[in-house]
Design a protein around this ligand. Structure first.
Ligand SMILES: *Cc1c(COP(=O)(O)O)cnc(C)c1O
Length: 384
């Protein structure tokens, strides 16, 4: 099966991990701060907090912004469930904003309309989580303007978008948000096996997230309520978790990071072939806003079902049966049984519904060979 995405591991990556295994620290050693520093510098952001997954990063990001019971968090319905679950972990409510039919990202028009209604109803969100689907940035300038007008905070879910740019700024700069989070799951742009990171320019938020990732424990005497009893002393000053990244993971991440720009360039060249060769009779190709440079975590097409002899499901099954590991990103979150009981109406999200009825993610990853890609293109074009 040709997978839709997978990691690319070099001998240097393996060597980097082996070196940590032979060193004094498997966790809480030097590799994690080195990895944080490298990513922060690349993104042009002040603080980076590495954690054991993007899901953990989203959770501590919500907590650091004060999300709690009685609060409301909005995100896109076309994302992985983690973008919404983080709010539920904090006891908050979740609602969704329909997508833009061209970018498949959260629609700024829908967001504006929904905010106007929410203000009247006294139900404004505390946090909005735009998701840079497939690696293409959301319209962050417009979302930030709305945040200033309506007083909500922004967490960018950039799980797909490390290495991408918006207005020539690296994603992760937090120029348009309070916090940005990355995922280092193996299907993402660079990997640590499991892993994530939360970035911010706000020292207080960074401190808070650092506490939350490790039990709420501090060794910083300035933060303690009394003088230390001795050099063994630490204090728990909040309730946190064990969300730490290991040095094994961080060493892999650092080594992968050296190839980040090359990975993204390889993804762009795969996209170029798809854009050139896929038949417009069969698919709608992904549209790119001129202000964005995508990391192309995903290559999502929509089938032009009106003019094809196949259904969405038949096309999908045919591709899988032909050895193409296509996928669908994503089932709208409000359709999940866990969310359905919370009372969302499908009719509120016509663009997400339309998208879900036609979308297919085609294989894209650095080690995809031209022959494999040819095969994918041929099978797709044969649907006409
Ligand atoms: C992968 C992903 C996550 C979760 O990442 P993990 O590191 O697996 O926890 C969250 N949001 C989006 C959009 C993702 O694609």
């Amino acid at each position: 099966m040709i997978p839709y995405g997978r990691q690319s591991i070099s001998d240097r990556d393996i060597q980097a991990v082996v070196e940590v295994l032979k060193s004094d620290y498997l966790t809480q050693g030097p590799a994690v701060p080195q990895f944080e520093h490298a990513i922060a510098q690349y993104c042009g952001v002040k603080y980076a907090v590495a954690v054991n997954s993007a899901t953990s990063a989203l959770h501590i990001a919500c907590l650091a912004l004060g999300v709690t019971k009685g609060d409301i968090v909005w995100t896109s319905p076309i994302t992985f469930v983690a973008s919404a679950n983080c709010a539920l972990y904090c006891g908050a409510e979740v609602d969704f904003v329909d997508i833009d039919p061209n970018t498949y990202n959260i629609s700024v028009i829908q967001l504006k309309n929904k905010l106007e209604l929410a203000e009247k109803a006294g139900k404004l969100p505390k946090v909005v989580i735009p998701v840079h689907l497939a690696g293409q940035s959301c319209d962050m300038e417009a979302i930030q303007a709305l945040a200033n007008q309506y007083g909500f905070k922004i967490i960018e879910d950039a799980s797909h978008a490390i290495g991408a740019k918006y207005n020539n700024q690296p994603i992760g700069s937090c120029k348009f948000s309070d916090i940005t989070i990355f995922s280092f799951h193996p299907v993402k742009i660079i990997t640590t096996g499991e892993g994530g990171m939360a970035l911010t320019n706000n020292a207080e938020i960074a401190d808070h997230m650092q506490l939350l990732r490790s039990h709420g424990i501090t060794r910083d005497t300035k933060k303690m309520t009394q003088q230390p009893d001795g050099s063994w002393y630490y204090q728990q000053i909040g309730l946190g978790f064990n969300y730490r990244m290991t040095d094994i993971q961080a060493a892999l991440g650092l080594s992968q990071f050296n190839r980040l720009d090359a990975f993204v360039a390889q993804r762009h060249s795969i996209v170029e072939s798809y854009q050139l060769q896929l038949s417009e009779k069969v698919v709608i190709k992904p549209w790119q806003h001129p202000d964005t440079y995508s990391a192309y975590h995903l290559y999502i097409v929509q089938l032009k079902l009106e003019s094809l002899q196949t259904s969405h499901q038949q096309a999908f099954e045919h591709l899988r049966a032909s050895g193409i590991g296509v996928n669908l990103h994503y089932i709208p979150i409000y359709k999940q049984p866990y969310y359905q009981v919370l009372g969302y109406r499908e009719s509120d999200f016509p663009n997400a519904e339309q998208y879900y009825a036609r979308a297919i993610s085609l294989p894209i990853h650095p080690d995809l060979t031209p022959e494999q890609q040819e095969k994918v293109i041929q099978i797709i074009n044969d649907f006409k």
